[in-house]
Design a binder for this molecule. Structure first.
Ligand SMILES: Nc1ncnc2c1ncn2[C@@H]1O[C@H](COP(=O)(O)OP(=O)(O)OP(=O)(O)O)[C@@H](O)[C@H]1O
Ligand SMILES: [Mg+2]
Length: 282
């Protein structure tokens, strides 16, 4: 079936304890699309990505990648499907003890039997793509935050994935480097070669790369559509978010009652770490 969606998320729901972070999320992503997921900090974007890549299991609902149900897979089965996609984590998630080059080489060493010369060639090519050729031998602690992000992207692209997940790929990057990373995403998805799911708060970047956008809020999909549909949305939450306005329907500081309503979280009294330590050792 040529038109099977690359990703199908159906009625996805996730609770942590008695707190519902994702509820009734459904959407599809087709080959060659760049889906941008946006929404306020803490609304569940990274959690949604973790469910799509199979590193978290939903409370209920279904996630299919390349037509296969990932929620029911064993870690070994997920591992085999992971060869087909790359993931750039929000934190970069580089291994501190390895050099930049070794970090980028990691997926190639885990999933292929390429020679060390071939691996070195691919590492050089991917670092070149993100403007970091020549930085192979530095350790993550010796490079800047934005550089770590780009190394994470080079690593996510190491296996030439059919599907790329990027969580905040341009946060911490200057406007020029943001444009470079955006151009790279556009180039890779051109001609439907790759499909991308990108979480971002950067609206310039979002509208530049998206072929479709989803806005999350209160654990649900508030709006979805093409960039033009989102830009012209009559939903005041969407307008507040995309225009970055402090005043609007999205609450900034929830009162305790509202907080419980929205998040179903039971407040706990704050205890300082020092206090806890004293209590434990007393
Ligand atoms: N393992 C976990 N256990 C309990 N709660 C969790 C866990 N992971 C995430 N959460 C909660 O889920 C909510 C959504 O978190 P998530 O990291 O997905 O937000 P986000 O939309 O990516 O935010 P940001 O834009 O700041 O990165 C948060 O309130 C967080 O506390
Ligand atoms: Mg996040």
């Amino acid at each position: 079936m040529p038109d099977t969606p690359v990703i199908e998320v159906t009625n996805l729901m996730r609770q942590f304890g008695d707190r519902t972070v994702l509820k009734d999320i459904s959407f599809n992503v087709h080959r060659g699309e760049t889906l941008v997921i946006m929404g306020g900090s803490g609304c569940g974007k990274s959690t949604l990505l973790r469910h799509i890549i199979g590193s978290m299991k939903p409370t209920s609902g279904s996630v299919k990648i390349f037509g296969q149900e990932i929620t029911a897979m064993s870690e070994r089965e997920i591992e085999s499907i992971r060869k087909r996609f790359g993931m750039l984590f929000q934190s970069g998630a580089l291994l501190a003890s390895l050099t930049v080059g070794e970090n980028v080489a990691l997926p190639l060493e885990q999933h292929t039997d390429k020679s060390s010369d071939e691996v070195a060639g691919i590492v050089e090519e991917k670092l070149q793509m993100v403007g970091l050729r020549g930085f192979e031998n530095l350790k993550p602690a010796e490079i800047s935050g934005g550089m770590k992000k780009r190394v994470g992207l080079a690593r996510a692209l190491a296996l030439d994935p059919e599907l790329l997940f990027s969580d905040e790929p341009t946060s911490g990057l200057d406007p020029i480097m943001t444009a470079v990373v955006d151009q790279l995403t556009q180039k890779l998805t051109h001609g439907a070669h790759m499909t991308a799911v990108v979480v971002t708060h950067d609206m310039t970047s979002a509208f530049r790369i998206a072929t479709r956008m989803i806005m999350l809020g209160h654990g649900s999909i508030v709006a979805q559509g093409t960039p033009d549909e989102i830009r012209n949305s009559l939903n005041p939450e969407v307008q507040q978010f995309i225009n970055g306005q402090a005043d609007g329907p999205i609450p900034l500081n929830l009162s305790q009652d509202e907080h419980e309503d929205h998040q179903q979280v039971k407040p706990r009294p704050f205890v300082s770490a020092r206090h806890r330590f004293h209590r434990k050792t007393a």
